[in-house]
Design a binder for this molecule. Structure first.
Ligand code: SF4
Ligand code: SF4
Length: 354
């Protein structure tokens, strides 16, 4: 196992970390497959990963990750606590709420988390999170009180992560990316401001959807060139722990075109890398629409179609009458966005989900 610096925290974390969603039990509407091992088995799987060199374990409060937080706490009792980094998170945006959640997490874990993230920060809640008495202020206070080690912001949005990178209260960022959805990672690599923060990467396998067109070594090796601190892999079985942590994955370089070529064996992907540079004055989240289209073809038909349904009709209508088309000005992939929106619309029409 190789280890990387976690920003300026002084911590060294394993290049690959343990994502705890697959070990949860319960009924939590999460994307990746989970295996519901009992606590004893889950602890043994985490121990196996630890023995293979993994030292970062990522979880969330029960409403998000079921009993994974408690299982991680049980595991932490079985080893020298100082040898692992526990990363925890909660989807609450006011200071009072996140303060309450951290105390609850400490109880569930039986120990203080090393990093605590405000989870799923986006444009709609960012001002509250970063503002006075918001969640970030509370985490900063909790860090001073010793109830958490470091503060974090987790988001799927570049603009939010950029704002967090500029904020002295934030120690660690968590964001998503993989060899297909690499636009945000490319931007982060180019911006010096991100060098001051730890970065935990998730969605390396795109919730498992890229496994098939690509092998696990290709998916892991292909992201190693990016400056993250730790890339999370969801682990739910001993076999998965073995596969993830037993050896060092060699670096592989895929150009974006090579990735698209591989996907073209099964469908014609929309060549969007999710750089999030396109801005629509009507507020359409173009990159999410394109992601759902690609995910639809990668095996998430029902889920993707339902997500698309939410605002695609309106988007399609707007695009048809839009003369400015400002969204295309910054697209480095030269995507003719309204045409692709039409392609997505037609797919959904054919699927009978409009
Ligand atoms: S073409 Fe116009 S309406 Fe459609 S996404 Fe672009 S800016 Fe928005
Ligand atoms: S459509 Fe273009 S600008 Fe928008 S996220 Fe995709 S690649 Fe980036």
């Amino acid at each position: 196992m190789r280890y990387r610096e976690l920003g300026k925290t002084g911590l060294k974390v394993s290049e690959l970390g343990f994502g705890t969603i697959p070990i949860l039990s319960g009924h939590v509407p999460v994307l990746p497959e989970f295996f519901s091992p009992d606590t004893e088995t889950a602890v043994a799987i985490m121990k196996k990963a630890f023995d293979l060199g993994c030292n970062l374990y990522d979880t969330a409060i029960p409403e998000e990750y079921g009993d994974a937080e408690k299982k991680l706490g049980e595991f932490a009792k079985t080893i020298d606590r100082k040898r692992i980094v526990i990363s925890d998170k909660a989807r609450f945006y006011s200071g009072a709420e996140i303060y309450r959640e951290v105390l609850r997490s400490v109880e569930n874990l039986g120990t203080e988390p090393d990093i605590y993230f405000v989870h799923q920060v986006d444009e709609s809640n960012a001002d509250e999170v970063f503002g006075k008495n918001g969640a970030l202020d509370a985490l900063y206070d909790l860090k001073k009180e010793g109830k958490i080690g470091y503060t974090g912001i987790a988001s799927h949005y570049y603009n939010v992560l950029h704002r967090a990178a500029l904020d002295h209260r934030v120690d660690v960022l968590q964001g998503s990316g993989n060899i297909m959805e690499r636009g945000m990672l490319d931007r982060i690599r180019e911006e010096a401001i991100f060098e001051n923060k730890g970065f935990i990467l998730n969605k390396v396998f795109a919730a498992g959807l890229l496994i098939g067109p690509f092998s696990v070594p290709e998916l892991i090796g292909g992201i190693l060139e990016y400056p993250f601190s730790c890339a999370l892999l969801g682990i739910g079985t001993f076999e998965q722990a073995d596969m993830a942590f037993a050896g060092e994955y060699p670096f592989v370089h895929f150009s974006f075109e090579e990735v698209l070529e591989r996907l073209k064996h099964t469908f014609e992907p929309i060549g969007c890398d999710r750089c999030e540079k396109c801005v629509c004055p009507y507020g359409h989240e173009i990159h999410t629409t394109f992601r759902q289209y690609n995910y639809f073809h990668l095996g998430k038909e029902f889920w993707a179609a339902n997500k698309l349904k939410l605002d695609l009709g309106k988007t399609f209508e707007h695009c048809r009458s839009c003369t400015e088309q400002v969204c295309m000005k910054e697209c480095g992939r030269s995507i003719y966005i309204p045409e692709e929106i039409e392609r997505v619309y037609k797919l959904l029409e054919a699927y009978g989900n409009l």
